[in-house]
Design a protein around this ligand. Sequence first.
Ligand code: HEM
Length: 419
Amino acid sequence: MSDTNQMPREEGIDHSLSLMREGYMYILNRRQSFNSNVFETRLLGKKAICMVGKDAAEVFYDTEKFKRKDAAPNRAVQTLFGKNGVQALDGQDHKHRKEMFMSIMSPEGLQRLTDITKKQWNTALNKWEQVDEVILYEEVKEVLCRTACQWAGVPLEEDDVKEMTKDLAAMFESPAAVGPNHWLGRNARNKVENWIGELVDKMRNGEINPPEDTALHRFAWHRDLEGNLLDTKTAAVEVINILRPIVAIAIFINFTALALHHFPEEREKLESHDEKFAQMFVQEVRRFYPFFPFVVALVKKDFTWNGYKFKEGTLTLLDLYGTNHDPEVWKNPDVFSPDRFAKWEGSPFSFIPQGGGDYFMGHRCAGEWVTIEVMKVSLDYLANRMEYEVPNQDLSYSMVSIPSIPHSKVVLKNVKRKL
Ligand code: HEM
């Protein structure tokens, strides 16, 4: 008798369209119908495995079992990631490149980022007081573009802020798009890669010299395991791997504003300025709202898990949103409750809005601490340092569009600084 079982399987030629139609719910819907944390399907014309939950995350992040090279679909590489970036590396090459990223995430580096973020919120608030209403999502993207460039050592002229914000945003707003929006993302990436590449060259021949602890400086002078500098394009891709996702934190900040509006009883608790509760609030925003739907890898070599065969080369998706809403880990997962983090023991595989596992050995997001710090500063401004009205608008958000952004992008009226 065989000691392996047939994995629950979705019949049919291809389900890429269902994935696009169901978005964040695609894996969760099938988990329910198959009553299984793992199932087989067909995506982009190939066999694929979908997984969800803490145990699935643990096996997905086992670098003996899964690899990243050639796993991401080309359209995401052309817009979101860029070619030859850290996301597609494995083994020692990955570890060495990841150390380059983590070297700028020191306590001093994060403090510098916090200070810049506060300064930029202050400047923005002065501006918002002068106008009738602001579209928070658009405004915060600009605040974060300025913050990201300053932190990364990238010189940005005032005249270029709007265009740079638009280009960096197009990269993360377009990866799931088809048609014109996809091309918008591709063009934006080409343009910004060329410009950052020029800065890398200028850095290397001494024409500019941003501080030693900035991404531009570190990445331009980083040497690979053979002792070579990164080629200009790859260095640019990696600097953009800092700039682009900092601007993307605007999505979480939009959801933060939404949470403050929808859950006034939780907002009240922020009035005591309790640092711990602010952190819990931010964590719950990252758990509760949809952002990065899933991560992908390829099976590195044949193995069996829970009686199911995983064949070398099979595309595998780990559901991040679903794992953050897994009733086996989270009590009442669809209730917004920051208090759940008061006693949370923290498994690196159960709370995975930005990937799971280890920062250095695996692909967990290099910018998770950055995200939390920027969100905490932003929460403090939204909850304690400004007053505003939230006029009638469509604050609903889609569980299909990736990334999901509240439909009205959160309009605020009569913004005033709290004295
Ligand atoms: C805006 C909120 C963010 C979300 C939702 C997010 C989400 C993610 C996810 C899901 C991954 C992939 C994990 C995996 O492949 O297993 C990732 C990787 C990564 N993120 Fe983030 N991220 C965010 C912010 C940031 C920030 C602010 C930075 C940099 C300052 C950053 C830099 C990176 C890098 C460099 C990687 C690749 C890591 C690797 O492959 O080893 N991210 N992120």
